[in-house]
Design a protein around this ligand. Structure first.
Ligand code: ATP
Length: 306
């Protein structure tokens, strides 16, 4: 029986590994909505260890030769710091994260992680060094524990609980009928957008990447969910190089640097107070969003009073 069991066990392990690899890649492509077009260089080497410095140097890129999307973008995120990218829809914000992942190669310029051009390293090692908290997380039809631990296969129960706690999702899990063994996903318990996002944060805490991309949700969340997610994001981005693709401005206030992308160029850069003082594009976006938030709050208050 042992003879029969062993190979099956190995097969099961292999299956999980393969499923893991596939879903990981699928999820990244799904979240960035892109096919894989770039191959490793023949002499590609694994990304060497480093503190997580990220550099874009005069990066130009277009999905098609006749339409340039990024027209010379340069920035440096020192290890552990946070850069937020804001700007109108279609400005090229998500394109920056796709190039960092090397779903595409820049037409010219250089993208470097810890001094190593992304073109020269293996994509596996590059993607292992980058964690993403996407706008919409894919959950597998498996237990909530599996969905969290998938950030680091082989994580212990204590590690899973610690990550879930930091991601502000542990108490929620304890209230589920079977706790961490509750089945979730399409065929199990369906989680809300905010719950799924916190599962993604817990996953990423376990993955422990040196660079983090937060692709902020476009959809508005209720204030309490928003606050819980903000608290979880603060945990995960503290002391970790972070790129925030911001669709709303509420998360960027504390960023070390904000770049305002407009039509593929950096129109303004600085921290929140510097950009407000400048009274340009960012200040205008901030005013408009603050007004929209105030109006939504007033409407909610009126509804509650009625
Ligand atoms: P949003 O805030 O709406 O998410 P964004 O600033 O993130 O916008 P990008 O997704 O980077 O914008 O897109 C920049 C431009 O590139 C857009 O005009 C978009 O239509 C175009 N684009 C994006 N992906 C592709 C693609 N795969 N092929 C061709 N054009 C694309």
């Amino acid at each position: 029986l042992i003879q029969l069991y062993m190979p099956l066990n190995i097969l099961g392990f292999a299956y999980r590994e393969i499923k893991q690899g596939l879903t990981d890649t699928e999820e990244m492509f799904a979240l960035l909505g892109e096919p894989q077009e770039v191959a490793d260089a023949p002499d590609a080497v694994p990304l060497a260890a480093g503190p997580g410095e990220l550099v874009f140097e005069d990066v130009r890129f277009g999905y098609r030769p006749d339409r340039e999307i990024l027209k010379g973008v340069s920035f440096r995120v020192p290890p552990g710091r946070t850069l937020a990218i804001v700007g109108p829809t279609g400005a090229g914000k998500s394109t920056i994260s796709r190039l960092l992942f090397r779903f595409y190669d820049a037409t010219s310029g250089q993208i470097m992680v810890d001094g190593q051009p992304v073109r020269t390293v293996t994509q596996d090692s590059l993607r292992a060094a980058i964690g993403v908290v996407p706008q919409d997380t894919v959950l597998f039809n498996d237990t909530i524990r599996y969905n969290i631990a998938y950030g680091r296969p082989g994580a212990t129960d204590a590690e899973v609980v610690r990550a879930a706690t930091l991601a502000q999702v542990h108490d929620f899990v304890l209230r589920l009928p079977d706790g961490y063994r509750t089945m979730v996903g399409e065929r199990g318990l369906k989680l809300s957008g905010g719950e799924k996002q916190r599962v993604a944060i817990a996953r990423t805490i376990l993955k422990d990447p040196r660079i983090l991309i937060l692709d902020e949700a476009t959809s508005a969340l209720d204030t309490r969910t928003e606050q819980e997610i903000q608290a979880a994001l603060r945990q995960i981005s503290a002391e970790r190089t972070t790129l925030v693709i911001a669709h709303r401005l509420s998360t960027v206030v504390d960023a070390d640097e904000i770049i305002v992308l407009q039509d593929g160029r950096i129109a303004e850069r600085g921290d929140h107070s510097a950009l407000i003082a400048r009274d340009g594009l960012y200040a205008e976006m901030w005013r408009r969003q603050s007004e929209a938030v105030a109006m939504a709050e007033a409407a909610a208050a009126a509804q509650a009073a009625a």
